[in-house]
Design a protein around this ligand. Structure first.
Ligand code: ADP
Length: 195
């Protein structure tokens, strides 16, 4: 694993095999990656936080496709992922996943959070996508502690990028500066001694 710094943003960039993992502060609805991931809820009907922002920015086409998916296969279980159009946004697609609600950590939350990241990346790979942006799943309304969530998010993505996959660029797009700082510190901690 190699460490570097993006000279435009000062943000860390890590290379795993041929893949790049970076962390930026920003608005995921403005990303131009092949997919942006939505921290949705099981009903896929939109909501607050990043979910609301994505539906507002993308327009009604996303909700229409979400409704068709739910009509076909029912509510999306926690830890699973599905793909739709990105509507009016510049990104190619939206991958909707459902992170766990934090209940104290003993109800399978770590495994379900890892699953949300892994299943999103599997959906991206199944669609031959190259670049994917993630928000900080579960750490808003769902209450998952950010430090613990950041470690799981980064480890799961690093593990996935270490295997053969079409996905070769993952960007964590963190909305607020405290969350950005926690993810940056967690990445430094995880990659310490692995360079
Ligand atoms: P959850 O219900 O999974 O906790 P939330 O949307 O409440 O999802 O929060 C997840 C994270 O997404 C929080 O860190 C929140 O600040 C962040 N967020 C909200 N809007 C955006 C956005 N436009 N781009 C990126 N991240 C966002």
């Amino acid at each position: 694993m190699r460490e570097g710094v993006n000279i435009m943003t000062d943000s860390p960039v890590y290379t795993i095999n041929q893949a790049r993992l970076s962390i930026i502060q920003g608005d995921i609805t403005r990303q131009t990656t092949d997919a942006i991931v939505n921290a949705a809820n099981s009903g896929l009907m939109g909501g607050g936080g990043v979910d609301g922002a994505i539906h507002r920015a993308g327009g009604p086409a996303i909700l229409e496709e979400c409704k068709r998916i739910v009509a076909r296969q029912g509510r999306l279980p926690t830890g699973q992922a599905v793909i739709t159009t990105a509507g009016d946004m510049k990104a190619g697609n939206v991958i909707h996943t459902v992170g766990p609600i934090w209940h104290g950590g003993r109800q399978g939350e770590p495994e379900l959070l890892a699953s949300a990241y892994r299943e999103s990346l599997k959906v991206a790979a199944a669609n031959n996508l190259i670049s994917v942006s993630f928000p900080s799943i579960s750490t808003g309304a769902y209450g998952y502690p950010v430090e613990a969530a950041a470690r799981i998010a980064l480890k799961t993505v690093i593990d996935f990028l270490g295997r053969a996959t079409s996905v070769s660029e993952v960007v964590f797009v963190l909305f607020d500066s405290p969350t950005h700082d926690v993810y940056t510190a967690a990445l430094q901690e995880i990659t310490k001694g692995k360079k």
